[in-house]
Design a protein around this ligand. Structure first.
Ligand code: PLP
Length: 372
């Protein structure tokens, strides 16, 4: 046995994205105590930086100490109680996971299904909200990483509000990569992940809750079923001035990394980052189409940070991914769920979204498919 030395890979899949050297350097700094006053001051900066990235003033904004799936679970277990009704939109794999969360709480999930590869249909959502006037929340995925489709979060949140339901939004892949306006769109609960467009390593899930959502948590009839994710307890560590109660040991070095990644995003500017993701996405579409490949998602709803590419007839989907990895050191993603074997997923997330990386992956596809 000896130390593990990872190979050189270009991560152009659905996450993790390439972590820049500056963030890796932050990760390697000396570990200090999680109650050290200087660490707590850094935590306050992380919260401020997250509020900037989410475009929100929500007081309850923090990174959950676990990956994006834990952010999802945090939103559901804190806001939903047994017996509640939740409208869940499913147009990809992650909407199905939202349903799992609701069902395991003992609440009722009313599904609004749209085909994989299409956005959530606001008309169907409105009909579901009408049919279930007591619904506690509307839950949907803003950027469906399994299909490469963006849904209209602004409209969906407005519908939720008009029907007295909280909005729960999965922004794991959208945060930092495409427009997301938590306050502007009136989002009540949003969660993300550190390893997609923020380009930190996986392991943290930024979340943010509106005052309305916090009031709903405080008004619960039952205790939150998860001790670890119970925000009323977690807040004791992440909030309040002076003395902070120990809840769990924060992943200290990971928080250095997230702090650095968020600083880099701030230096670039959020809108500049959105524009960069869009420009490199267009460059990728052009390059792939020049190779005769097709992108099945309607251009109006394509995600710039996650590009679905149709596998041509007669081409071995997995063999192409394998050759990209073995011959070119490039990782891309396979299709998930009903799209398995039908699409590849090319991520241009965070630090991975550069013209040079686009040209590299297009050239590699040309080589592997013999179409260069
Ligand atoms: C990646 C992802 C998740 C899950 O995040 P993990 O960090 O893998 O737990 C949830 N939702 C969406 C849309 C994602 O892309």
């Amino acid at each position: 046995m000896h130390s593990f030395m990872p190979p050189d890979r270009l991560l152009l899949g659905p996450g993790p994205s390439p972590v820049p050297p500056r963030v890796l350097a932050a990760l390697a700094r000396p570990t200090i105590g999680h109650l050290d006053p200087l660490f707590i001051a850094m935590m306050d900066e992380v919260k401020d930086l997250l509020r900037e990235a989410f475009r929100t003033g929500h007081a309850l904004t923090l990174p959950v100490s676990a990956p994006g799936s834990a952010g999802m679970e945090t939103a559901f277990v804190n806001l939903i109680e047994p017996g509640d009704t939740v409208i869940v939109c499913r147009n990809g794999v992650f909407g199905g996971r939202m349903r799992e969360n609701v069902v395991r709480i003992g609440a009722q999930a009313v599904m609004v299904d749209d085909p994989f590869g299409r956005p959530v249909d606001p008309d169907k959502v409105e009909a579901a909200l009408r049919a279930h006037p007591g619904a506690k929340a509307l839950a949907f995925v803003h950027a469906e990483t399994s299909t490469g489709v963006a849904s209209d979060a602004r409209t969906l949140c407005r519908l939720a509000r008009e029907h007295g339901a909280l909005s729960i939004v999965d922004a794991v892949t959208s945060l930092g990569g495409s427009p997301l306006e938590v306050d502007g769109w009136g989002i009540d609960a949003v969660y993300s992940g550190s390893q997609k467009c923020l380009s930190a390593p996986p392991g943290l899930s930024p979340v943010s809750f509106s005052d309305t959502a916090v009031a709903a948590i405080r008004a619960r009839r039952t205790p939150v079923q998860s001790w670890f994710l119970d925000l009323t307890l977690v807040m004791g560590y992440w909030q309040g001035s002076g003395a902070r109660a120990y809840h769990h040991t924060a992943p200290i070095n990971m928080l250095y990394a997230l702090h650095e990644a968020l600083l880099m995003l701030r230096e670039e500017g959020l809108e500049a980052a959105w524009a960069r993701h869009r420009a490199n996405h267009l460059r990728l579409c052009e390059g792939l189409e020049a190779l005769g490949l097709t992108l099945p998602v309607d251009p109006a709803v394509r995600l710039p940070q996650l590009n679905a590419v149709a596998v041509p007839d007669g081409v071995d989907e997995a063999a192409v991914r394998r050759s990209l990895l073995d011959r070119h050191g490039i990782e891309i993603g396979a299709g998930l769920g009903e799209l398995a074997g039908k699409i590849w997923r090319i991520g241009l997330m965070g630090h991975g979204s550069t013209p040079g990386n686009v040209d590299r992956v297009v050239a590699a596809f040309g080589d592997v498919l013999g179409r260069g």
